[in-house]
Design a protein around this ligand. Structure first.
Ligand code: FAD
Length: 434
């Protein structure tokens, strides 16, 4: 019977583990499939980067309740962890709890999902059929049945290309660029006294630029070119001192300072068209014929996008622009939404035509860049309540999110707010851009 099957959570990142905590509290069966060797595998790849949100926002409330039953030492709420500390001090201890550990399979990569004996076209008895996951576990494909699925696989493994048209050129080129956030301190020999181009204008790019200018202080021949599509460099600084996450604001302020101090070669309004190798270096060309020559290393910090390749047999409702669900898209579409603050949303906004299937966490935002872990925790609180049959809790959205301070629509209040609305309400009183 369908009801006796577990809910399968794909991915043991912060969102997937939070979903497990909530399902455990509801006494619901669950199984986590994680392709890496430990919890937080994606975050471990940027373990040296300091988060801009303090611990207060980084720990799911249900996970915290479970950890508090043990001797776990809770991190200080207003401190900022690095990615590595987030894994070591929260995700790993949580994943090691006996009630969680016994329900995680590591080295388990989900390759395809379908419904039992039913392909995408067939509608009869579809909702009553179990999900079937095809999972590569240590090299062999196993079939696993589920009553519901929460896809919390993130986007880290599908980086956006540096090209303005959004299309990757060759596999060979990807391998020659840095499509992650390199640990500049650890890899100093590779970057010192070189010409480095950073492409992108989000927080990851600001992180890379700040680390590179630290390196330049010790190795003054280091040359840093910053390439952005935005016409004016001031558009990249975000809310600065108006951001309620001080560390997020200060990333923008620091970048502002670096620009004012003339430490960066700025190429704004630059639409990258080609990256070519020439005489052991790279040439970056814009679509209007401008070239930047003699680049030794290229750091591509242009964000990431969701991978839907293993979801082809499922009936999805994907917004053509943002690649979130259609209902969520207007709340987060960077074309429409002038600020990073997103009004509360949960199960209803994340539903797909395939009943019982959800995408949660950073992948739920598709290509929109404003996701916060706290948003993912709220998403899975609502989704798991629905799976457990608690419709009232599922519809009641409780969100505590700091504002970004970059809204243009109206003045942003200074204090943090707890917004409580029902999922059907149009907008939390205090959120902007509604
Ligand atoms: C550099 C950086 C800094 C950030 N700083 C902050 C911050 O300060 N505050 C904040 O709130 N947010 C921050 N974010 C955004 C976001 O909160 C994080 O990206 C967070 O890790 C998202 O959590 P997630 O669980 O949705 O996805 P992930 O952490 O990416 O976890 C996905 C998991 O799924 C696994 N997986 C992937 N594919 C498969 C598959 N097919 N089968 C099985 N397993 C699979 C992966 O191995 C991984 O463990 C930051 C993001 C980045 C990149």
């Amino acid at each position: 019977m369908l009801s006796s099957l577990p809910t399968v959570i794909i991915g043991a990142g912060p969102t997937g583990l939070a979903a497990a905590a909530h399902l455990h509290e509801y006494d619901e069966r669950f199984l986590i499939l994680e392709k890496g060797s430990h919890a937080g595998s994606n975050i471990q790849e940027w373990s040296h980067v300091q988060l801009f949100s303090p611990w207060e926002y980084n720990i799911d409330r249900a996970a915290k309740r479970l950890l508090q039953e043990t001797e776990w030492e809770e991190p200080v709420s207003d401190q900022l962890p690095t990615g590595g500390e987030l894994v070591k001090e929260y995700l790993e201890p949580f994943a090691a709890l006996p009630s969680i550990r016994t329900n995680i399979v590591y080295h388990a990569e989900v390759k395809a999902i379908t419904k039992k004996n039913i392909d995408k076209v067939k509608s009869d008895s579809r909702e009553a059929a179990a999900f079937i996951l095809f999972v590569n576990i240590n090299g062999s494909i196993k079939k696993i049945e589920a009553k519901a699925i929460i896809d919390a696989t993130g986007t880290w493994n599908s980086p956006n290309p540096p090209f303005a048209d959004g299309v990757w050129r060759t596999e060979e080129l990807i391998n020659k660029l840095h499509v992650n956030i390199p640990n500049i301190k650890e890899e100093a020999d590779r970057f010192k006294n070189k010409h480095i181009a950073v492409i992108g204008s989000g927080h990851s790019a600001l992180n890379s630029l700040i680390e590179l200018t630290d390196l330049k202080a010790a190795f003054p021949d280091t040359k840093i070119s910053w390439i952005i599509r935005k016409q004016h460099i001031s558009e990249t600084f975000g809310g600065e001192e108006n951001d309620e996450l001080a560390a997020r604001g200060s990333l923008g302020s620091k970048a502002h300072q670096l620009v004012d101090n003339g430490l960066l070669h700025i190429h704004s309004g630059f639409y990258v068209d080609e990256i070519k190798e020439q005489d052991n270096s790279f040439v970056i060309q814009s679509s209007d014929g401008i070239s930047i020559n003699g680049i030794d290393e290229v750091i591509v910090n242009t964000g990431a996008r969701p991978d839907f390749s293993f979801l082809k047999e499922l009936r999805l409702d994907i917004d053509p622009t943002v690649e979130s669900t259609k209902e969520l898209a207007p709340l987060i579409d960077p074309n429409l939404h002038s600020c990073g603050t997103v009004r509360p949303h949960g199960e209803k906004e994340l539903r797909h035509p395939e009943a019982g299937f959800y995408i949660a966490g950073v992948k739920s935002y598709g290509r929109a860049p404003t996701f916060l872990m706290a948003t993912g925790y709220e998403q899975v609180r609502s989704i798991t309540a629905y799976i457990a049959g608690n419709m009232e809790e599922s519809a009641k959205i409780k969100l505590k999110l700091p504002q970004t301070g970059v809204c243009k629509a109206r003045e942003v209040p200074k204090q943090l707010q707890i917004i409580e609305v029902n999922a059907g309400d149009s907008c939390g009183k205090t959120s902007c851009c509604c």
